[in-house]
Design a protein around this ligand. Structure first.
Ligand code: NAP
Length: 210
């Protein structure tokens, strides 16, 4: 499959690029600074671009069969970074008739399917107060996905770690609160798996270590 990866320069992104190539796909890595993509492979094409620029995003999606995105705020990012980039990705997918999108969200954002305990609801409401802008941006990101007609899966993340892939990951709606974690290697594996899985289509499951 031909797959474009946004946020390819992130720690998780580099693992995802490598795992996607190893799985036999043709990868396009989209990055603001191509020098950060330290992987070289005949099956890897690197495109320089800014995901806040709709035309650059749309051009990079042309000819692809699926999209993966790890875009998240870095220093100096606008408050609406993830929602704006998601909007540009969805429009680019519409332009070029690409159906499948797997991307990341955060575990603190509630969804209707969640089985949430009182304690994690309380933690969620505190986070919503203290991380107001991040919450709003991620809520808007999910709203954009829900109103689109694409085949999306948004994997909601607890804390990311650099642990080696340990055993298996789990996806689901039992909101574990923010204390749980997932390794970046397992997150990359889960994103790749969701390209060919239909069980969480148009949903936002939480991921965690088993
Ligand atoms: N770390 C955690 O515990 C945690 C928890 C919950 C969710 N997350 C989310 O998980 C994902 C991966 O996290 P990570 O720690 O591996 O990486 P990260 O440092 O959060 O990486 C963010 C990525 O987004 C890219 N990006 C930002 N603005 C962009 C723009 N305008 N155009 C193109 N690319 C842009 C960055 O590119 P540059 O290299 O050019 O900056 C980088 O590749 C992110 O979405 C993050 O928000 C992380």
């Amino acid at each position: 499959m031909k797959i474009v990866i946004f946020g390819a320069s992130s720690k998780t992104g580099l693992l995802l690029v490598q795992q996607t190539i190893d799985a036999g796909h043709e990868v396009t890595a989209f990055a603001r600074e191509p020098s950060k993509i330290t992987i070289q492979d005949d099956h890897l094409n690197i495109i320089q671009g800014d995901a806040l620029k709709p035309a650059q995003v749309s051009d990079s999606i042309q000819g692809q069969e699926a999209v993966l995105s790890l875009i998240g705020p870095t220093k100096g990012a606008p408050k609406n970074l993830t929602s704006e980039c998601t909007r540009n990705i969805l429009e680019g997918m519409q332009d070029h008739n690409v159906k499948r999108l797997v991307l990341t969200s955060v575990a603190g954002i509630p969804t209707p399917n969640d089985e949430t305990s009182g304690a994690s609801k309380f933690i969620g409401s505190l986070l919503k107060i203290f991380l107001k802008d991040m919450f709003l941006d991620r809520e808007n990101q999910l709203a954009l996905l829900e109103s689109s007609d694409r085949e999306w899966v948004a994997i909601r993340l607890p804390r990311l770690t650099d642990d080696k892939p340990a055993g298996q990951y789990q996806l689901g709606f039992k909101n574990p609160g923010m204390r749980l974690k997932i390794s970046r290697a397992n997150l990359a594996a889960a994103m790749l798996d969701q390209l060919s899985e239909d069980s969480y289509l148009r949903q936002a499951p939480i991921i965690s270590q088993v």
